[in-house]
Design a protein around this ligand. Structure first.
Ligand code: ME8
Length: 522
C-alpha cells in the first residue's frame, strides 16, 4: 500500500529545553511516544512523528549568559546532544524540529497574526510573578514566600521574580466557556482522567488573560509589526506542532494529511499549556484542534525527585550501557502505568530484565528453538491434531493484537505488555506441562505439535513487542524465520493472522535476552 492510501497518524513529544543534558524523564517520554509511532506503522498507518528542542526563552538566554556564549551557540551545541540521545534510544522520529528552524519563525508569526486578526491580542502592561525555570507566570496566590526569603511557585517549587513590563496579552479569559464546552464534547481530549480533571477544575475557576510577549530580552521570535517584543516562549513552542507538518501552508499536502494531530504526548507539569492555552490559541486562529493530549507522570529515582543538587540525575546512555537498550525501553514502559508517576531503581530494572525478559521470553525461545534445531533438522515442525490445551493457548495469543490495539489507542502501554506477558506466562506453564523433551522419546507427533504451538506463540509475541524492543524482537523474528528488517512483510501486524508455515528452515538459535549479571567486585 502506498503511504497515500494508508490512514494518517500524527504524534508528537514535547520539545525539550536544550539547556542541560537529557535525563531519564525525557527518555521515558521519547520511548513511549516512539513505541506508539512504531505500533501504528506496523499496524498499517502512515505515521508522522515529531520531536525536537524548544530553543527560545529566558531560561536559554540566562544559561547562555552564564556560560559566556550566545544563546544560538548554546542551542547549536546542545541540540546535537539531544539528537544523539534520540539515536541512542532508537527513537524513530520523522522530523526533529528546532524552534530556531527558519520555517518555524514563519509559522509562529502566522499564528500570531491570526490571533491578532481575531481581536484576541492587545497591548498592556504586565506586572506579576514569573518563573524562569518553568517559563510560566503565576498569580500571587500560586506563590509563597519561604523561610529563605525567596518567593516560590507552590506547585513547582521554582523561584519566581517580580516582573513588570509592557506586554501583549492574549484574551484567554474569553475562552473559558469554549474550553469547557470542548472538554464536555470531547471527553477523550485529555488523558488520563485524573490529570484531565485537574485541568478542567482550573478552567472552571476562571482564566486570566495571558501575557504573550517580552521586551527585557530578545532571544525569541519577533512579534510581527513590533520587533521591540519577542513572543513569550510558549506561544512559539506550542506552534512547533503546526510547523512540523507544513504550517503556515495550510493547503500543503502534508498539513492537510496530518493536521489535526492525533496525540500530543507530554508530562504532567505542562498540561495547562497543552490542554488550555494551546486549544485556545488554535480556536482563536481558526485552526482545528488536536484530538488528544496524553499526560504522563514523572519518573523519580527510587521515589525521590531527580535534581542536579541531589546528584541523582541519570543519563539515558549510562543506563543503556549498563542494562541494554531494549531492556531500558521495556522497563520504562512495563513498570509504570502510563499516566501515573513512577519510580526506578537498579533492583526494579534487574527484576524485569531477569524475570520478564530472560526467563519468560528469552529462555522459552532458547529452549524451544534448540529442541527444533536438535530434533527437527532446524525446520519448523508440522503440527498434528491440536489438543484442547494447544487450542486454548493459541486462541489466547490470537486475541493479543486486538487487546494491544485497544491499549495503544488509549496510550496504555503497560497494559499491552501485561497482556502479552500473561500469555507468555501461560505458554511457559504449557511448555512445562507438555514436557516436549519427554515426548521426544514417547510421541514425536505430539512433540512436534507442542514445539509448533510454542513457536507460533513466540512469533505472534515477537511481532507485537517490536514497538517496545525493536532490536531483540528483530533478532527473535530472524531466528523464527520471519522476514528481515528490509523485507518486513512477515513482521507487520497484518501477518499475525497467517499462521507459521511448517517446513521453513530456521537459523541456529542464539540467546537473545541474557540475564543481568552483577559486575564482579574488584
Ligand atoms: O517543558 N519524568 O521542556 P522540558 C517524566 N520545553 N517526564 C519528565 C520529567 C521526569 N522526571 N522531567 C521532565 C518543556 N519531563 C517545554 C515543552 S512543548 C511545546 C514545550 C518531561 O525540557 C516534561 O514533562 O522541561 C516534558 O513533557 C518533557 O519532559 C520536556 O521537558
Amino acid at each position: 500500500m502506498s503511504s497515500a492510501q494508508k490512514p494518517p497518524f500524527y504524534i508528537t513529544t514535547a520539545i525539550t529545553y536544550p539547556n542541560g543534558v537529557p535525563h531519564i524523564g525525557h527518555a521515558y517520554e521519547y520511548v513511549a511516544t516512539d513505541a506508539i509511532a512504531r505500533f501504528k506503522r506496523l499496524d498499517g498507518y502512515d505515521v508522522m512523528f515529531l520531536t525536537g528542542t524548544d530553543e527560545h526563552g529566558m531560561k536559554i538566554a540566562q544559561t547562555a549568559e552564564k556560560e559566556g556564549i550566545s544563546p544560538k551557540e548554546l542551542v547549536d551545541r546542545n541540540a546535537v546532544v539531544y539528537q544523539a540521545a534520540h539515536a541512542d534510544l532508537a527513537i524513530s522520529y520523522d522530523r526533529f524540529i528546532r524552534t530556531t528552524d527558519e520555517d518555524h519563525y514563519a509559522a509562529s508569526q502566522d499564528i500570531w497574526r491570526r490571533m491578532e486578526a481575531a481581536g484576541d491580542i492587545y497591548l498592556d502592561k504586565y506586572a506579576g510573578w514569573y518563573s524562569v525555570r518553568d517559563e510560566a507566570y503565576y498569580t500571587e496566590e500560586e506563590t509563597e514566600l519561604r523561610e529563605d526569603g525567596i518567593r516560590y511557585s507552590k506547585d513547582t517549587d521554582t523561584e519566581v521574580t517580580w516582573t513588570e513590563e509592557e506586554s501583549y496579552f492574549f484574551r484567554l479569559s474569553a475562552y473559558q466557556d469554549r474550553l469547557l464546552a470542548l472538554y464536555a464534547e470531547q471527553p477523550e481530549f485529555g488523558a488520563p482522567q485524573s490529570r484531565f480533571n485537574e485541568v478542567i477544575s482550573f478552567v472552571k475557576r476562571g482564566l486570566d488573560d495571558l501575557s504573550i510577549s517580552r521586551t527585557t530580552f530578545d532571544w525569541g521570535v519577533p512579534v510581527p509589526g513590533n520587533p521591540q517584543h519577542v513572543m513569550y516562549v510558549w506561544v512559539d513552542a506550542l506552534t512547533n506542532y503546526l510547523t512540523g507538518v507544513g504550517y503556515p501552508d495550510t493547503e500543503s499536502e502534508q498539513f492537510r494529511r496530518f493536521w489535526p494531530a492525533d496525540v500530543h504526548v507530554i508530562g504532567k507539569d505542562i498540561s495547562r499549556f497543552h490542554a488550555i492555552y494551546w486549544p485556545a490559541f488554535l480556536m482563536s486562529a481558526g485552526i482545528e484542534l488536536p484530538k488528544r493530549v496524553m499526560i504522563h507522570g514523572f519518573l523519580h529515582n527510587k521515589g525521590v525527585k531527580m535534581s542536579k543538587s541531589l546528584g541523582n540525575v541519570i543519563a539515558p546512555k549510562d543506563w543503556m550501557e549498563q542494562y541494554g537498550r531494549d531492556q531500558i525501553r521495556f522497563f520504562l514502559l512495563r513498570e509504570v502505568p502510563f499516566g501515573a508517576d513512577g519510580s526506578y531503581s537498579h533492583e526494579a530494572i534487574v527484576t524485569r530484565m531477569n524475570s520478564d525478559l530472560a526467563n519468560n521470553l528469552g529462555n522459552l525461545a532458547q529452549r524451544s528453538l534448540s529442541m527444533v534445531a536438535k530434533n527437527c533438522d532446524s525446520l519448523v515442525p508440522a503440527p498434528s491434531s491440536l489438543s484442547e490445551a494447544d487450542q486454548r493457548i493459541l486462541a489466547a495469543a490470537n486475541t493479543l493484537l486486538d487487546t494491544c490495539r485497544a491499549a495503544y489507542d488509549k496510550q496504555e502501554l503497560s497494559r499491552a505488555l501485561e497482556a502479552i506477558w500473561a500469555v507468555l506466562g501461560d505458554t511457559n506453564a504449557y511448555f512445562a506441562e507438555q514436557q516436549p523433551w519427554v515426548l521426544r522419546k514417547t510421541d514425536l507427533d505430539r512433540m512436534n505439535t507442542v514445539l509448533y504451538v510454542t513457536l507460533e506463540i513466540l512469533r505472534i509475541v515477537s511481532i507485537l513487542v517490536q514497538p517496545v524492543m525493536p532490536d531483540g524482537a528483530a533478532k527473535l523474528l530472524t531466528v523464527l524465520g520471519q522476514g528481515t528488517v528490509n523485507d518486513d512483510g512477515a513482521r507487520r501486524f497484518s501477518a499475525i493472522a497467517t499462521p507459521l508455515v511448517p517446513g521453513i528452515a530456521l537459523p541456529a538459535p542464539a540467546p537473545i535476552f541474557p540475564k543481568y549479571e552483577e559486575p564482579a567486585e574488584d
